[in-house]
Write a protein that binds this ligand. Structure first.
Ligand SMILES: [Zn+2]
Ligand SMILES: [Zn+2]
Length: 250
């Protein structure tokens, strides 16, 4: 059975009614609102209000200062809006071309799963290579990536997008970041497959930066990377295990 068959008529009528460029821009914005801003704001509120019940879950226990929180929110939202504006300008300039495949025909579930896995694996490979480059090249680190690592020992969920705008367009601002955009283009993945993957990766990034732990572990312990920057260079453990840069300890 076609996994998307029930959704197909609604998607087709959307594609017949609206321009593909508008659909692409809107879905990208919505996926970032759902994957980044919404969960980011939940952790922001927890850090701002510091409810008693949340304290035992925060590791380390100290909450970020209001000034730090404000810096995170300001920078993250500035990066998000820059992405939206540049994406909109590109779509206007390249009209009627789109960056992603906005096809009124949804892929079969087998093709969708194949595209999902393909974009994920290629994207994770690129993430690891670009991230390692940012750390091993002194100039790139000092000028760009060190800003993200300047979040200190008590970052928040929103600090996943705290960093240089170049960092944002290489790693963070999914699905517009190179680590997702390039695999999606190469594999001609359907925009909804790319959005689904991006939302999950964004939520995972927000949680792994939040300082809130589920049974002593985040989705993937990215905090170990913030404490020892030669370790855990992938978004997930796969590439680090392969290249011997994984650490489970904090
Ligand atoms: Zn980080
Ligand atoms: Zn790093």
């Amino acid at each position: 059975m076609d996994f998307f068959s029930e959704f197909q008529p609604a998607w087709r009528s959307l594609c017949l009614t609206y321009d593909p460029s508008l659909i692409e821009w809107t879905t990208v914005c919505v996926s970032q609102l759902v994957g980044f801003l919404l969960p980011g704001l939940v952790f922001f509120m927890l850090d701002l209000l510091q409810p008693k019940w949340a304290k035992p879950w925060r590791k380390p226990a100290q909450f970020p200062t209001h000034l730090k929180l404000w810096k995170m929110v300001q920078c993250s939202i500035r990066n998000m809006l820059t992405g939206w504006i540049l994406h909109g300008l590109y779509l206007w300039w390249a009209y009627p071309r789109t960056l992603f495949v906005v096809d009124s025909q949804l892929p079969t579930w087998k093709l969708a799963v194949g595209q999902y896995i393909g974009v994920f694996l290629l994207g994770e490979g690129l993430f690891y290579v670009f991230h390692r480059m940012m750390h091993e090249n002194r100039w790139l680190y000092l000028k760009i990536h060190s800003i993200h690592h300047g979040t200190g020992v008590a970052p928040t969920g929103m600090s996943v997008w705290y960093g240089h705008v170049v960092d944002h367009f290489v790693f963070n601002g999914l699905p517009l970041a190179l680590v997702t955009l390039l695999p999606a283009m190469v594999l001609q993945a359907h925009i909804l497959v790319v959005e689904a993957l991006s939302v999950l990766a964004l939520v995972s990034g927000v949680v792994s930066h939040s300082g809130y732990y589920y049974r002593e572990k985040t989705v993937y312990d990215h905090w170990a990377h913030h404490e020892n920057s030669s370790k855990n260079l992938g978004a997930y453990a796969m590439m680090d295990l392969l290249f011997n840069s994984y650490t489970a300890s904090r």
